[in-house]
Design a protein around this ligand. Sequence first.
Ligand SMILES: Nc1ncnc2c1ncn2[C@@H]1O[C@H](COP(=O)(O)OP(=O)(O)OP(=O)(O)O)[C@@H](O)[C@H]1O
Length: 291
Amino acid sequence: MTEEFDLLEPADDPGDEWEELDVSDTEADRIARRQDREFSEFRKRLKDADQFKLDGSVFDDATLAAIYKLVQDGYITAFGGPVSTGKEANVFEAFGEDESQEVAVKIYRINSSNFTQMREYLEGDPRFEGIASDKKATVLAWTRKEFANLRRAYDAGVRVPEPIAVQRNALVMELVGHADDRARRLSEVTVENPETAFEVVREYMRRLYRVGLIHGDLSEYNLIVHDGELVVIDLGQAVTVHHPNARTFLERDCRNVAAFFSRQGLEVSADDLAAAVTEPEPEPGGNSDEE
Ligand SMILES: Nc1ncnc2c1ncn2[C@@H]1O[C@H](COP(=O)(O)OP(=O)(O)OP(=O)(O)O)[C@@H](O)[C@H]1O
């Protein structure tokens, strides 16, 4: 598999050099020129790489600079092929710190066609108040939002790809599955045990809700399956429960999930699911029926 990956050689981090050197203007200029040159070589290599020829618009210079920074910081050491070209983003597989760590790099396109929709989810989210309304600011906030949502979900015990790093419109996270053994969407597999799968999804929704999050686009298309495990993905649009449309998003998620599992033969309803998700957690030490 290694040969499928283009190894990247980041420039040495000049951090120590800055401290050791008597940084006269001339020396600083020299380092800056070297960095410019290295970045320009890196940019050329990425632009020439076959896997990035899919959609030239992804790799504007600022995006390349973001990838360059992720490489310099050691989060990406080699790029593999594309995993998906979605509506808003391209996902690539890559090596993380070393070849034993496979990561997914999700790169949002600044010229996203869903820009207006992104605004609807961002406006009303207290974490992103005051974000400028231009496309670039919106997409960058969206990328940070997905990272923050993944982190919050991960910490709450929901099985999501572990978030690793974010830089501008590029997000690095755990790759679920392997380059040669891709994880499949729930919609693409035969569900062996729908009862258990439904209970797992309901528990994930409940855990998300307890930490104040609603996925907002949950369905069999944003649940992937690998090694018998269900993993929730695509948390960019997830909103906090304070969002003015939080209830509408929750109800839609419940309708999608209930509809999918009804087609698998279960008797489940969106209303019951919403009630289970929003049910308050029992008070610690509170009375239970057995007592
Ligand atoms: N961490 C990951 N590990 C493995 N595969 C992933 C990961 N993240 C995304 N994918 C794959 O990439 C696809 C697209 O990812 P995602 O849904 O996050 O992006 P998107 O641009 O919103 O896509 P879409 O427009 O299809 O909704 C997923 O269906 C999945 O197959």
